[in-house]
Design a protein around this ligand. Sequence first.
Ligand code: ADP
Ligand code: MG
Length: 551
Amino acid sequence: DTIAEHKPFQAEVAELLNLMVHSVYSETDIFLRELISNASDALDRLRYEAIANPDLTADGELPKIRIVPDKKAGTLAVIDNGIGMDRQELIDNLGTIARSGTKSFLSRLTEAKDGAGLIGQFGVGFYAAFMVADRIVVTSRRAGAAEVWTWTSSGGNGFDIAPATDEDAKPITRGTEIVLHLKPDAQKYLEVYEIERIVGAYSDNIQFPIELKPEEGEPRQINSASALWQRPKSELTAEDYKQAYRSIAGAFDEPAMTLHYRAEGRQSYAVLLFAPSTKPFDLFEPNRKGHVKLYVRRVFIADDADLLPGYLRFIRGVIDSEDLPLNISREMLQNNPQLVQIRKAVTGRVIGELESLSEKEPETFAKIWDAFGPVIKEGIWEDFERREKLLALSRFSTTAGEKRSLKQYAESLKPNQTEIYYLVGDSIERLKSNPKLESANARGIEVLLLTDPVDAFWTSAPLDFGGKPLKSLSQGDVDFGLVPLLDDKVGDNEKPAADEAATIAVIKDALGERVSDVRASQRLTTSASCLVAEGAGRDRALERLLAQQNR
Ligand code: ADP
Ligand code: MG
């Protein structure tokens, strides 16, 4: 009566699997990290659900992850006693792609020359197991459920889903067993020392014990199984932090910034946060989801509890509170006053850390700025309270050089210069040949050249830095007539000839209603004319951006 049902994979999964099966990517080790991380997530979720429903863990079984190699059968099993999956969850979770990261991974894949390289840069989750296995059997019992289901797939042709046989089901009280039938060239993953090496390299700071059951001998724990963020800084090395970053963020790069501290006082909580050194795919997804996990006294509560503002969504890591109630529901997180306070304090710390990094290690900061500057600049627009700080953090290309700060700009103001000037456009090259720069250049006035799409937005807020307003050269009147010319042969600072009014009248007459006004300008030295937006009007670059987005 146990009829297997066959189901096809969602098209994207089929595409991804095809890539995995035929992968020539050499770093296949990462499959184990992905499976262990899923097992750890499943244990986290069980612990969370058991807060509201203690029956789920009433059996007293301790959470753990087991790895069982079997050379004779050529199989490697990864087993957890976590939340498990019912039939529908097996179908949904292991048949479709829910992760936005994996989706954008796939969309990049078509553009990329080196697909295999991308696998290494960005985790592809469960499906990575098909790099080393030609058949995978997943047997799972959802915590609290009676039935046990088996999901089987050899990659290409979809998967079978069937009730588990009694014999398969019996040992599983709850949780998931994943059995990989290893490809001939992946048999090395049956060696105890290989497994230990990989767990040590990628998964050591998984919070739950990971046990290895050798073919002969007793199971033994092969990780340290402590929440790294709870350990004192003095005990931890740069290597420990790198590993923690990679395992918490599912990343493969180096952290460019690490912030680890414990707050004590009105509230106590541990903070372990990282800034990546490379850009993830989903950085510009419209949901602007954050990546800081919330724990309460070591228990995982939520992946994205809105612990940092949207413009810091590139920050990865963990905040572990001692004070929040364990039974806080995810819905209640939204306006919880304690969390609001934590968010405020941690945001300040992150910005402070970025600030000090920019001073002490400008090259490391430059990496962060290159990858995430456009995101951080969203904050200038939306975080009024920290606007000045974020402006100070920002780096710009200007007519005087690259990666200039506004502090540097302010230090090189010309005599009588009272404003900070900028131009928004598509590319530095095009901006540099913009006639609107002529007069500024002739006076040696530095101009910010802004080419990120987000620049059109934040500049539409009224801004000043150190008391100097920021002003667009393509908007309204600019007044730097009091700033002396570098070389007074280039142009003439005095009032133009008397026939100015007559010339303007002729041009106005010719252009009619197509322009709202024609004026004499100080912007130009060698060009005859240029178009500018009205003082209070939208900047032309912003108008173009909005037009592109059909707004
Ligand atoms: P991700 O972990 O980023 O969600 P994966 O491809 O690694 O993506 O896993 C897909 C989904 O399959 C998980 O989100 C989870 O719902 C489910 N899953 C995978 N492994 C397990 C497991 N051991 N226990 C319970 N659920 C699992
Ligand atoms: Mg995963």
